[in-house]
Design a binder for this molecule. Structure first.
Ligand SMILES: [Zn+2]
Length: 309
């Protein structure tokens, strides 16, 4: 895994991830923070970029992002780094195989963390965090080296954990993956709270969870990390207008579909975002997903144009 050099594009990606936390409803006020591994563009020193403290994500600019070198030394930037920079540093240092860290105080996951309730294997998606439960790291004061140590220990062999009386940490090889996992942890936490309300939660057998974890691991190692398509790119011959059916398997007249899509654009966009995040969790690369989406949109447009003529 090569670490990218600090750049405007990398900073923009970090800002986009921070804003996406708000869109996904997993960030509360300015409590969340995000980091990504980088090499200094000044002297090549290894470190990471992190969101600054106290600035709403909507007004963040690339120059507001702070570079923190590993192993001590002055932070570089015009802003102060997030108060949890040490937690990000300790986690990234302990886990050379990941590049991005997302921290949130998302509601359901934090509620469980406050009651020191781990998320057990009530649902197979718990395996997305790399084990048969999502554990709770013991409480330590926010912004301290003690919290950083507790978090790094909890994440030594897992990609997500809860922080007692505090929130959530999620890791990924990319910003997208870390964000997708943070959103999934919140989703699981919400489901788990509901399940607990229905009685003693029923758990998946440990043998089965091992199989699921293995399956996730295998998915994760697909050549999807590069550009090989997991979602196969469909050859795009324009299909007859009455018969195109790529999206839902249903036969729908294209004009109707396009109309529905344009009238419900916001919903469609959020659905596509969810689909993308699920795909990322399953190890599908951004490029493959984009290719599949373009193929779908092309087939819609193609059919629509034919119908108009
Ligand atoms: Zn926090």
């Amino acid at each position: 895994m090569t670490t990218p050099i600090d750049s405007a594009a990398l900073r923009a990606g970090l800002i986009e991830t921070a804003r996406a936390m708000n869109r996904r409803g997993i960030n509360v006020n300015k409590s969340g923070n995000v980091s990504v591994r980088a090499l200094s563009d000044e002297d090549g020193r290894a470190g990471f970029l992190i969101t600054p403290t106290g600035i709403p994500y909507e007004s963040l600019e690339p120059d507001d992002i702070v570079f923190v070198p590993f192993g001590g030394g002055a932070h570089r930037g015009r802003r102060r780094a997030s108060s949890e920079w040490e937690m990000h540093e300790r986690v990234l240092a302990r886990r050379p195989d990941v590049s991005a860290v997302v921290h949130t105080h998302s509601a359901y996951a934090t509620a469980l963390a406050c009651q020191r309730l781990r998320i057990p294997a009530f649902h197979y998606m718990v395996a997305a965090a790399g084990g048969d439960a999502i554990e709770v790291a013991p409480y330590k004061t926010f912004g301290t080296p003690e919290l950083a140590d507790a978090a790094a220990a909890a994440l030594a062999e897992r990609n997500a954990c809860l922080l007692e009386h505090h929130g959530v940490l999620a890791l990924g090889k990319t910003l997208e993956k870390a964000l997708a996992l943070a959103a999934e942890v919140e989703n699981l936490a919400r489901q788990y709270v509901l399940v607990r309300g229905l009685g003693e939660p029923r758990l998946i057998e440990s043998d089965e969870m091992r199989r699921v974890i293995e399956k996730f691991r295998t998915y994760g190692m697909q050549p999807a990390e590069g550009d090989a398509a997991v979602i196969p790119a469909k050859p795009q011959e324009p299909s007859p207008p009455e018969r195109w059916c790529t999206a839902s398997g249903a036969t729908v007249a294209c004009t109707e579909k396009v109309k529905v899509l344009s009238e419900n654009w916001e919903e469609a966009r959020s659905m596509m975002t969810d689909m993308f995040e699920d795909a990322v969790l399953l190890g599908v690369s951004k490029a493959s997903f984009r290719q599949a989406m373009h193929a779908l949109v092309d087939s819609l447009e193609c059919a629509y144009e034919e119908k108009k003529e």
